[in-house]
Design a protein around this ligand. Sequence first.
Ligand SMILES: NC(=O)c1ccc[n+]([C@@H]2O[C@H](COP(=O)([O-])OP(=O)(O)OC[C@H]3O[C@@H](n4cnc5c(N)ncnc54)[C@H](O)[C@@H]3O)[C@@H](O)[C@H]2O)c1
Ligand SMILES: [Zn+2]
Length: 244
Amino acid sequence: MKTLSLTPQTKVLVLTGAGVSAESGVPTFRGMDGLWEGHRVEEVASPEGFAADPQLVWRFYSLRREGALEVNPNPGHVALAKLEERLGDRYLLATQNVDGLHARAGSRRMLAIHGELFQSRCEKCAVPFADQKTYFDTLPKCETCGGAVRPHIVWFGEMLNPRHLEQVGEFIQAGGSDLHFFAIGTSGLVYPAAGFVQIARSVGAMTWLIDAAPSREFASQFDEVIVGKSGEVLPFLLGERSER
Ligand SMILES: NC(=O)c1ccc[n+]([C@@H]2O[C@H](COP(=O)([O-])OP(=O)(O)OC[C@H]3O[C@@H](n4cnc5c(N)ncnc54)[C@H](O)[C@@H]3O)[C@@H](O)[C@H]2O)c1
Ligand SMILES: [Zn+2]
């Protein structure tokens, strides 16, 4: 298998998805068959779902908070944090995961483009705050204005933070042909993240897909496709382990 050789010019943009956390024991959405306790995922992860039944939504996220506290980063998360240490500001991670495992592994130059499980925000004040609490039979209210407090998650049908997209775009433009773009453990079904590879290609970047079971259609967009588990592939690919 190839390894990534770094020059002083090399820049790396990494996009991660649910697959990176699978080996930590966090289920991917596909692994959940699109259903949670008989509810479609959209019912517990959309603004309409929250308006219809906020307690159901908070029960779902309360269970996810409990679940995420029970798991730990795996060697894939750790390998990426070590790569960031080597590259400094020539590295950027955009994660679709909300579980906080990248940060716990030491990643800092990171955009949580789909939000953060351990943050909440008032629907009116809109300022996210750290929140590890669970709400199974109560609904949190804003201390400032009394408004409804919701998970700080980008739900189905919602826009990503435009500042995050700008930062990704700027990083790709600045990287040009010195850029290596990695998509890891993401199915490539959720936009706009699924479109990053095409933007990276357009500036002459080298593109890599690492996935345990990539779809043919998504894989066809990459220069290099490595089929395998991220926790096994990444330490080797990034030169932190010499054999698989
Ligand atoms: N951990 C989390 O925070 C989490 C978990 C589930 C879903 N989500 C959200 O659900 C949406 C789903 O999109 P997505 O593309 O991230 O996930 P996805 O579930 O659509 O796809 C996961 C991908 O990971 C691959 N995979 C599974 N195990 C792997 C492993 N060990 N190593 C490498 N690849 C592996 C699968 O083949 C698949 O292509 C996102 O919006 C995300 O925010 C987040
Ligand atoms: Zn408020």
